[in-house]
Design a protein around this ligand. Sequence first.
Ligand code: FHN
Length: 623
Amino acid sequence: MMCRRAVIAALSLSLVSSVAAPAQPDAAREKRIQWWRQARFGMFIHWGLYAVPAGEWKGQPIAGIGEWIMNRAKIPVKEYELLAGRFNPVKFDADAWVRVAKEAGQQYIVITSKHHDGFAMFGSKASPYNIVDATPFKRDVMKELSAACQKHGVKLCFYYSQSQDWHHPDGLGNTWDYDDAKKNFPKYLNELVKPHVREILTQYGPIGLIWFDTPQRITREQSQELTDLVHSIQPDALVSGRIGNEVGDYRSMGDNQIPARVMDYDWETPVTLNDTWGFKKDDQNWKSTQTLIRQLVDVVSKNGNYLLNVGPTSEGVIPQPSVDRLLEVGKWIKVNGAAVYGAQPSPYPYEFEWGSITAKPGRLYLHVIDWPKRDFMLYGLRSKVKSAHLLAAPGTPLKFMQIQDRTAKLSVLRITLPASPPDKDVSVVALELDGKPTVETGLAQQPDGKVTLSPIFADVTKAPDSGLSIDARGVATRWFNTGDKLSWKFRLYRGGEFRVVLVSSETRGAAGGDNWEGGHKVTVTAGGQSASGAVGDGDRRKNARNPRWQDVYSEIGRVKLSAPGMVDVTVKADSITAAHKMGFTLREVQLVKIEPNIPARAVPAKKRPATRRPAGRAKSGPR
Ligand code: FHN
């Protein structure tokens, strides 16, 4: 079991770096968040004037996310305003959009009512800079979306940029047209933001939530005032964590960020389907369907909601590659939705390489991505399993057995699976349990012999002038000081020789460019033995859970460990290269057991042990 100090150290560090805003539990909040916990999967829509230039300004491609084009190209307000005259989304069909979300299994839609460019995508009396008054289209698309959402039973929610407004002289962010020192932010809040927020909450029926964003310079009182305004008009509408100052109803992770552990609070992560939010015609870097499903179940397994973005064109069309992927996710959800909607997080705090776990009262769902060559094994489940089946084959019970090895303090569940998975992306095994799931929560060696140690679980010792922090992904960053140290304890079941592998990570995601540096000399001590070596860049791999990030693998030596028992591990850097000011970034330490070559499926399927051996002492130790 991980020590309490380590959990607190790791959690407090991780919170510092997320965009999070912890919410205070209260009865009204508990009531309004029920639907959101049930929903788990939503559609984000970034749609605005930026879809017209679609990533290009005056013939030049503009780097970065599409909806930021005004800022990136420093387009003067007067020029950007002209885009409104060209915004005529004649192919817009609210019903078709909502049907895509519905088919994909998305339970709520969050659409940009006003992004940082300041243009209101709804009919407004507060300012004429809106879709009804300033475009040839003249239609209030939000009215149409509201009707379609009500028809299809999808919750409508609005994104609203409360601090950044590059159009309004007193909004934040535009320093190329307006003098920042002269801005009167409260005036902007009173004259534009509050009237706008009132409009979006009174013109379109019941709203699921208001997704405020980038809470720059906003005071606690201002955040609270806006939150109270929302709740006073629609008490059941949630307020996103990005209202700022920790007054929202739930927390928001950074864009495209998924933490490396289960969180004990409500959170959501917004995710792009490619590398932009607003439409960019040249961005074709689409995530695969498997990545999307993997991320969805990963997020739910950690107690989060997955808000997946589409960026429609200026004609009003959701790009076909987005639609194709969403419909594929929807096909998967039709079979496996029971393991997603209303699902609770995994009882294990850490990640599994083979996939993810979600839970419901008396149930566990094993989302298997890496289909095993032999039986599927799970360590540490203490609850008695009553039955097992694939969600894709509800009428066919799976054979399984459970053993308890008291010497090794190990419970093993072994399930016999068909030779090939029913779903090419993620197949779900449902376990019916006797009572609620109870598991060993401490870090432990896994059935494949591997041990994975994430900094998010480490006990962090920092040198006095250290800048080390654990980011929202669980990655140790800004490691410049050789006095810093990470330590863990884990349970070893099977001893032997282990390869010691450091998984380093980029400091910024895909858009970052030069964002990694190596060459550091690092020492890992495990069970009193040390392995030292350099972090090199020879083995780069896309992160399987989040392909926006590249990981760099370095084997730095080997250690021999004897089992069973608890093992202490520490990581220290002997020297750190910081020429590019990134230093050492560590995603995880892996101890990979060197196994003799065992042929796959050594036991013929028909001779495998029969169902349900009663729990008891195993004759031999774990394999
Ligand atoms: O700056 C915005 C960005 O354009 C986009 O809307 C994302 C979505 O989460 N939020 C902000 C950056 O975090």
